[in-house]
Design a protein around this ligand. Structure first.
Ligand SMILES: Cc1cc2nc3c(=O)[nH]c(=O)nc-3n(C[C@H](O)[C@H](O)[C@H](O)COP(=O)(O)OP(=O)(O)OC[C@H]3O[C@@H](n4cnc5c(N)ncnc54)[C@H](O)[C@@H]3O)c2cc1C
Length: 319
């Protein structure tokens, strides 16, 4: 039987939805599931980890693990993978996952695949699917090792309603501290804005907004809808938006329920970051803009006229 070990994605003490998505996929494949969760003061999280769909919970709980560090994190995962006898080790998409996955794969002498959108298991045959060349082609990669370490693309798998797990907690021995690299402090974005990776709605601004006044106008809609605020590269290069807001091939990959592209042409490098969105709405004054080829809904018009109307209509509906 396939055994899938999912790495719990925990942010500020909260288990993120991506963990349930990965466990749902594993259960749908008929696999036995386990989660490895790493951090400090983990006891209160265990019920959430169980109900996310895990059959076994490997918990590494130590004050020394409070701040993320790739070396000790990899050691805990390798320990859990060996105890569980995992053939599949899955990370949700995150910067820390991308940093740790190759270390885990190297220690287990396993194959490592990032940015995957699907896994197919047929007996001993394992194949992964992932986009390549800015989403222009899909690669099918056959895995020839006994174990696979995979980083799954945001939004690739859907959470199943009513998924359940079984409590079976195994405490891991905390690893020795990594003396080669000691993390002193994590400085998070103090803007208070919603993280693009967590946002249910993402609104991105493009060159059509022209300048700071245009960005501020789009931001009003972002605030109304409590959305994450993204950007095309043009607005980052223009100095109007921070680099960590860039969506696309060389920026962030987002998978919200609703993606609103405002004044964005739809270059292939931008589209590479939004294909996991459930619904795409584009606002652009050029009816021939390529963004309309991928949008589910489109508004052809000047964003400076459309946004105030949209805000007014949203206010009416809410009232
Ligand atoms: C290697 C590489 C990597 C890249 N990575 C990324 C990436 O990660 N993310 C990314 O976004 N780009 C990336 N790019 C850049 C990408 O090719 C495009 O140049 C960029 O996405 C264009 O941004 P834009 O759509 O905002 O601007 P434009 O292409 O200039 O489009 C502006 C759009 O706004 C519309 N518009 C103008 N005025 C208005 C108005 N008043 N109301 C409504 N609409 C209006 C126009 O009709 C036009 O469609 C990359 C490029 C390369 C070469």
């Amino acid at each position: 039987m396939t055994k899938v070990l999912v790495i719990a994605d925990i942010k500020q003490g909260v288990l993120k939805g991506s963990t349930t998505e990965l466990l749902s996929k594993a259960k749908a494949m008929g696999a036995e599931t386990a989660v490895v969760a790493i951090g400090s003061n983990m006891d209160s999280l265990i019920p959430d980890i169980v109900s996310a769909g895990s059959d076994t919970q490997y918990i590494a709980d130590d004050p020394g693990l409070e701040l993320f560090s790739a070396g000790p994190t990899a050691s805990c995962i390798v320990d859990a993978a060996k105890q569980f006898g995992a053939n599949q080790i899955w990370f949700g998409f995150s910067e820390s996952g991308k940093a740790v996955a190759p270390r885990v794969a190297a220690q287990l002498e396993a194959a490592c695949a990032t940015d995957i959108t699907d896994v197919k298991i047929d007996g001993d045959q394992v194949e992964i699917i992932r986009p390549a060349i800015a989403n222009k082609v899909m690669q099918r990669v056959k895995i020839n090792t006994e174990q696979l370490v995979a980083v799954v693309r945001a939004g690739a798998f859907e959470a199943t309603e009513g998924i359940t797990g079984t409590e079976n907690v195994v405490k891991l021995t905390p690893p020795a501290a990594d003396l080669r690299a000691v993390i002193k402090e994590l400085v998070s974005d103090a803007s208070g804005e919603i993280d693009l990776a967590d946002a249910d709605i993402v609104i991105s601004v493009g060159r059509g907004a022209k300048d700071q006044a245009g960005v501020d106008l789009v931001k009003e809609l972002v605030t109304d809808l409590k959305a994450g605020f993204g950007s095309s590269r043009a607005m980052v290069d223009g100095g109007f938006m921070a680099h960590n807001k860039q969506v696309g091939q060389t920026g962030k990959i987002v998978a919200p329920s609703l993606y609103i592209a405002i004044g964005i042409s739809g270059a292939i490098q931008h589209l590479a970051g939004i294909s996991g969105s459930n619904v795409i709405l584009a606002i652009n004054k050029d009816s021939e803009a390529p963004i309309f080829n991928v949008a589910d809904y489109g508004i052809v018009g000047d964003l400076f006229e459309v946004i105030p109307i949209l805000r007014e209509e949203i206010k009416k509906i809410r009232n």
